[in-house]
Design a protein around this ligand. Sequence first.
Ligand code: GRF
Length: 214
Amino acid sequence: MTLELGVLLSGRGSNLQSILDAIACGALDARVRLVVSNRAEAQGLERARKAGIPSLFLDHRGYPDRSAYERELVQRLGAAGVEWVVLAGFMRIVTRELLGAFPERVVNIHPSLLPAFPGLDAQAQALAYGVAMTGCTVHLVDEGVDHGPILAQASLAVEPEDTRETLSARLLDREHALLVATLQRIAEGDLTVSPPADAGGRPRVSWRGGPPRA
Ligand code: GRF
């Protein structure tokens, strides 16, 4: 089935671009119905415009609280025909308002092998810690930060001469590939998400044919 995507972002939008490129070359069976940024200057908005994709700057500062902002977001996404939401560098914590509207259908990409190094600047965190391997994670979003069930991971060796910039650049290539591969496998119907095995547990993810690879 064709995935009807909404992409939320706050900045550069290179992950959005990789989705658009993959759709254009037939590697991803999806449509980007709407791109939303909470920052007016986000380069991702420009990328959407160039690709002829509907885009929207929705300023969170214009709303009394997170719920009110997300109610508007949900309304806009729903009206655009979005069925799956991708957080692609969206620098906001999301709440049950959005998650409840798209249950187990909100996906995030994070530049570390979660649960290591959640939060901001995961690449710098990995370097500071001195890990030999890092990577990226695509996961379902829950109410924790970079916390929900893992859909796919790709690993990458840290080189002795790596800086935050060189490591981030190499990781970004892996992110692009992993996000597109994961979305395509979802489009192919290979993902099953089951309820937690016990109360308070995490939803369980299984893939027909094994997890996506970058
Ligand atoms: C990526 O590193 C992603 O993993 C993180 O935010 C960054 C977004 O980059 N969540 P871009 O805006 O897609 O270029």
